[in-house]
Write a protein that binds this ligand. Structure first.
Ligand code: NAD
Ligand code: ZN
Length: 232
């Protein structure tokens, strides 16, 4: 096929070599907190100070972090591939943009964005958010990190499903396959006959659903795969 349509899904693993801990990293930020406390609407209602400070720390880390060869290769693919490329990420760190990617679909939100819990208005988040900050649109003290928490509906699902329905190739990079709906994308892609590729350090929960699996570090596997696509 001359110019295949490609849908890419990235997860925390692509940012691991940039020093940002994955979910299951021992000793990392996530290991010190329970998901129910820092990544659910109920946790935020119970202890907004804890949640805002958790994301302030993550935002500061992401701000300092530098993109790696995995992010760079995907940006190159977006710019040089002649067919469609949709880059969907579960990451909130902004490293794809730092690498030069454009139109990144942030299905789980972004650390550099603030959201009004009252009217859904969005604006650029300050490096340090405070509990009770007011929304510039409706003036309610309802600012929160623009992060999709467990129990909330991911963003841009229509656009993602439309792209998957037309995909020739679906690639999952650095994602453990535990969090739905993202973990179900491989099945949607298979349903329309797309070729499926997994690049992960350890086999994911859904590894059996991929035809082509390339174990290893994203900084090595992703540039290699991108070279293959751009020269085929
Ligand atoms: P995850 O932590 O569940 O899985 C990460 C996967 O990456 C693991 O399977 C691991 O084997 C693999 N991995 C680790 N280092 C790698 C490397 N160098 N190269 C390739 N693969 C590597 O993360 P997930 O699947 O993205 O999903 C969990 C949720 O955690 C998501 O909702 C995501 O938003 C959130 N999260 C995001 C960040 C971030 O923005 N950087 C960090 C942690 C968690
Ligand atoms: Zn508002």
């Amino acid at each position: 096929m001359a110019h295949p349509s490609i849908v890419i899904l990235t997860g925390a693993g692509i940012s691991a070599e940039s020093g940002l801990g994955t979910f299951r990293d021992e000793g990392g930020l996530w290991a010190q907190h329970r998901i129910e406390d820092v990544a659910t609407p109920e946790g935020f209602a119970r202890d907004p100070e804890l949640v805002v400070s958790f994301y302030n720390t993550r935002r500061a880390q992401a701000h300092e972090a530098v993109h790696n060869a995995g992010h760079d290769a995907l940006a190159r693919l977006q710019h040089e591939h002649k067919g469609e490329v949709l880059l969907v990420t579960q990451n909130v760190d902004g490293l794809h943009e730092k690498a030069g990617s454009v139109d990144v679909v942030h299905m789980h939100g972004a650390l550099d964005s603030a959201l009004c819990g009252a009217c859904d208005h969005r604006w650029p988040a300050p490096l340090k958010m405070h509990v009770g900050e007011t929304c510039p649109k409706c003036n309610q003290p309802s600012a929160r990190p623009d992060i999709v928490w467990f129990g909330e509906i991911p963003y841009h699902m229509d656009r993602i499903e439309q792209a998957l329905a037309q995909a020739d190739i679906f690639v999952a990079i650095g994602t453990s396959g535990n969090v739905y709906p993202a973990a179900g994308f491989v099945q949607m892609a298979r349903h329309v006959g797309a070729k499926t590729v997994e690049m992960n350090l350890d086999p994911s929960e859904t590894v059996a659903l991929f035809e082509d699996t390339r174990p290893g570090k994203a900084s090595l596997t992703v540039p290699q795969w991108v070279d293959g696509i751009l020269t085929s």
